[in-house]
Design a protein around this ligand. Sequence first.
Ligand code: CA
Length: 225
Amino acid sequence: MKVLVVEDELKIADYLYKGLTEQGCSVDLAHDGLDGQHLALEVDYDVIVLDQMLPGLDGLALLKSLRTAKDTPVIMLTARDRIEDRVKGLRAGADDYLVKPFSFMELLARLQALTRRGRKQEATELHVGDLVIDLLARKASRNDRRIDLTAKEFALLSVLARHQGQILSKTAIAEMVWDVNFDTNANVVEVAIKRLRAKIDAPFKTGLLHTVRGMGYVLEERPAP
Ligand code: CA
C-alpha cells in the first residue's frame, strides 16, 4: 500500500511513518500543504493521510484542488477543538476523518477499510506453489502449515509474491520494503532474505526463494531438477 502522509507536526509524522512502514506500507511524507499537494497530484497513492491545519496550504484547500483531478481516498486528521471542521472536510471530499489524538491501530483499520473499498478487485490471497499468502489476515502457510513471520518479513514476502517469477534487485527490494528514503544497504536485504528463506523454504521439501547471482532474487516454483 502506497501512502502519502501530509502532516507538519514532526512527532506525529514520524510516528505515522514508522508505524505504516512497519506494516509494509511504502510511505511518502510532506511537511507542508504545498509539498503535499504537489506529491498528491504527481504520484498515485492508494490513500492519503491529510492533516487539516498545515502551513503553506491548509488541508481543506489541498483536498479541494486534489478532487478536481483525482479521487484518491483521503482520511483527514482534525484537532479536537476544530471538530466542526470535519463537516467541511467531508463536504470537500474527504472519505473519512480522525480526531487527534488517535490510536495508530484505529488509523490503520480505517486506511485498510478505505483502500479495500477502492480496489475490491485486487487479490487478497497470493499463491506461489504450495505457499499461500493471505494479504488481509497477514498470514502465510505452506501445505497448510502456518509460517510465523515478523511484519518486515511479511512485507518482504508480499513484495516478492506480487512480483513472482520476476527477478528483483536488492535496490528494488529495499525501495519497496524499506521505502525510498532508506539508505540502501544491500546487506540488510541479504540478511532479511536469509531469515525469510529459513522460514519459508528450509522446513519444506522444495525451495521457492531463489538467488540469481549478480541480479537479485526471485520467488517462484521451479520444476524439480
Ligand atoms: Ca497541523
